[in-house]
Design a protein around this ligand. Structure first.
Ligand code: AVI
Length: 319
C-alpha cells in the first residue's frame, strides 16, 4: 500500500510550495522528522502558552518576575540610561511594562512575529503612557533583525526575557546574540535564561498534570494542517517531554500512537507506532556557560541575578 502511495505521489506534477510550506515538508520528510517550534504559536497556541505560564509546574515566568521585583533597582543601575527599549518577542508587552518605572525608556519598540497580538497591546500602552513613543514591529527576528531608522542608535537596550533564547540551537543563539551586539553599540542587553536543574523539576514543567503543555504541543499539528493542508489527526499523537541531560535541554516530541500515514498536497509520509516528530528544544544553562556565550558574542561587563532557588537567571551585558 505504501509503495503504491509513493508512486501515486511521484506521478503528480510538483506543486509550487510557499517557503513556509516547503520548510514544513522538508522537516516532515527528514529522519527523524521535525517541525520548527514557531508553529506552536498560532492564536490558540499563544493563548495556551500564556496559560502555561500560570501553571504551578511552570516555574520560569514566576522566577523571572521574582528577580525583577527583588533586584530591579540593581539591574537598572547596571543598565544605565535607556533611550530605546527593544523588546524581542514582546507578546502582550506586560514584562517590559513592569520595567518602565525603573528603566524610564523614551521609546519602546516591541517586536513580535504575531503583529495582531502586538497591536492590541500597543493600543493599551499608548493610553497608559501618553509620553512614551511606541513603534511596534511585526517581524520574525529569528533570522534577521531589521530596525527602522526612526530608532535612535543611542543607549539602546535589547530586552529578551523568558528564556526564549533557550529555544534556539547553540549556534543560532550565538548568531542571535552577535546580531543584537552589532545593533547596540554603547547600549546593552537584558536577557532571561533558564538554568540547569534536576530532571524532577524540569520534566513536570513541560508535562503538567492538567495537560496544557500536551495541548500546546498537539495544537501545532492543527496549525500545520492549516498551513500545509495536511491531514494530521491529533488523536493519533501523544505529547512527550524529556530532559536530555547530555545536551542540557528539554525536548518536546509528538509520538505516533499507531502506524499511520499523513498526507498533504504533493506529498506524504508513513510513521510507525512510536515514531516521533521533534517539535521543540528548550536549552538550560549554567550561569558560567551563559556568561561565556555572551562574551563570545562580543558582550562585556556581564552581571547576573538569580531567584531565591537559583532556578532562573537574568543577565545584563554591555555591548
Ligand atoms: C517560550 N519558551 C521559552 C518556552 C520554554 O519554556 O521553552 C516554550 C514552552 N514550551 C513548552 N512549555 C513552554
Amino acid at each position: 500500500v505504501l509503495a503504491h502511495a509513493a508512486q501515486e505521489y511521484q506521478a503528480r506534477p510538483p506543486l509550487a510550495l510557499s517557503p513556509e510550506q516547503a520548510e514544513l515538508q522538508d522537516g516532515l520528510l527528514d529522519r527523524p522528522a521535525h517541525i520548527d517550534p514557531k508553529f506552536l504559536y498560532d492564536a490558540l497556541g499563544s493563548s495556551l502558552f500564556t496559560a502555561i505560564t500560570l501553571l504551578p509546574e511552570y516555574y520560569p515566568t514566576r522566577c523571572e518576575t521574582e528577580i525583577f521585583q527583588r533586584h530591579g533597582q540593581d539591574i537598572a543601575r547596571h543598565i544605565g540610561p535607556v533611550q530605546s527599549m527593544i523588546d524581542l518577542g514582546a507578546g502582550d508587552c506586560v514584562k517590559a511594562e513592569r520595567l518602565f518605572a525603573s528603566l524610564r525608556p523614551r521609546h519602546y519598540i516591541p517586536i513580535d512575529i504575531s503583529a495582531d497580538y502586538l497591536q492590541t497591546a500597543v493600543r493599551r500602552l499608548k493610553l497608559s503612557y501618553p509620553d512614551l513613543q511606541v513603534t511596534a514591529i511585526g517581524q520574525d527576528f529569528s533570522q534577521a533583525l531589521a530596525l527602522p531608522a526612526v530608532i535612535s542608535t543611542e543607549q539602546r537596550l535589547f530586552f529578551y526575557p523568558g528564556s526564549s533564547i533557550g529555544n534556539l540551537s547553540p549556534d543560532d543563539a550565538h548568531a542571535m546574540l552577535q546580531r543584537i551586539r552589532a545593533q547596540c553599540d554603547g547600549g546593552g542587553l537584558l536577557v532571561g535564561v533558564d538554568r540547569v536543574k534536576p530532571r524532577q523539576v524540569l520534566e513536570p514543567a513541560y508535562d503538567d498534570a492538567l495537560h496544557l503543555t500536551a495541548a500546546f504541543n498537539l495544537n501545532l499539528l492543527r496549525h500545520v494542517n492549516r498551513v500545509l493542508d495536511a491531514d494530521f489527526n491529533v488523536d493519533d499523537w501523544r505529547h512527550v517531554a524529556l530532559y536530555n541531560s547530555a545536551r542540557s535541554r528539554i525536548e518536546m516530541h509528538l509520538e505516533a500512537q499507531r502506524p499511520l500515514h499523513v498526507a498533504w498536497p504533493g506529498g506524504g509520509r508513513a510513521f510507525h507506532a512510536g515514531e516521533r516528530i521533534h517539535t521543540e528544544n528548550s536549552y538550560k544553562f549554567t550561569p558560567h556557560a551563559f556568561s561565556d556565550l555572551l562574551q563570545s558574542a562580543g558582550f562585556r561587563d556581564v552581571a547576573h541575578w538569580s531567584d531565591s532557588r537559583g532556578w532562573f537567571s537574568v543577565f545584563s551585558a554591555r555591548a
